[in-house]
Design a protein around this ligand. Structure first.
Ligand code: HEC
Length: 156
């Protein structure tokens, strides 16, 4: 009985060993591809975070923390055709300011918005616009530094 068991053990070793070797010889599984592309989603999040700070420094005094502005003086930034509309026009408003009479929801505004081209760089303009386009009830695509660079170069 004892001997039989020992034999079984030896035999099973012989069976087991090749399978071990075979397993070792197998090429290591290809390492899982790590997704290296920082998704544009996380970038937009960072841009919005930075934009929030820029807004506090450059826009909040007039347009207020809630983006609703001050009636008849400083217009709201919530769902207006400028905020949600053409990015170039929007960038231009921040760079060059605005001095016309505009109407939003029946309220007219004719105060002057000062230009910001001297006090804000391309990234700050992109960030603050991405922030307002995704805050105050707005949902719109981001504005990039490249967008701002282009407008700055052309809007003299
Ligand atoms: C000194 C006050 C003041 C500051 C600071 C200011 N704005 Fe304005 N903004 C105005 C006024 C006043 C108007 C309306 C101008 C007009 O009627 O011609 C305006 C208009 C706008 C408009 C177009 C109208 C609308 O409500 O959609 C946008 C967009 C805008 N501002 C965004 C900004 C952003 C972004 C900043 C910060 C980078 C900023 N503003 C800083 C006063 C200001």
């Amino acid at each position: 009985m004892q001997k039989k068991w020992r034999l079984t053990l030896i035999y099973s070793c012989f069976l087991f060993l090749p399978s071990l070797i075979w397993a070792q010889a197998k090429p290591a599984a290809a390492p899982k591809k790590t997704t290296t592309t920082a998704s544009s989603n996380s970038n937009i999040k960072l841009s919005i975070e930075r934009g929030k700070k820029v807004y506090a420094e450059q826009c909040l005094v007039c347009h207020q923390a809630d983006g609703l502005g001050v009636s008849h003086m400083n217009p709201p930034l919530s769902k207006t055709k400028w905020v949600l509309g053409d990015k170039k026009d929007l960038i231009k408003i921040v760079l060059k300011g605005l001095n016309t009479e505009i109407e939003i929801d029946g309220d007219t505004y004719r105060n002057v918005m000062p230009p910001h081209e001297a006090v804000m760089n391309d990234q700050q303009v992109a960030d603050v616009l991405t922030y307002i386009r995704n805050n105050f009830g707005n949902k719109a695509s981001r504005v990039t530094e490249t967008d701002v660079k282009g407008v700055r170069a052309n809007a003299k």
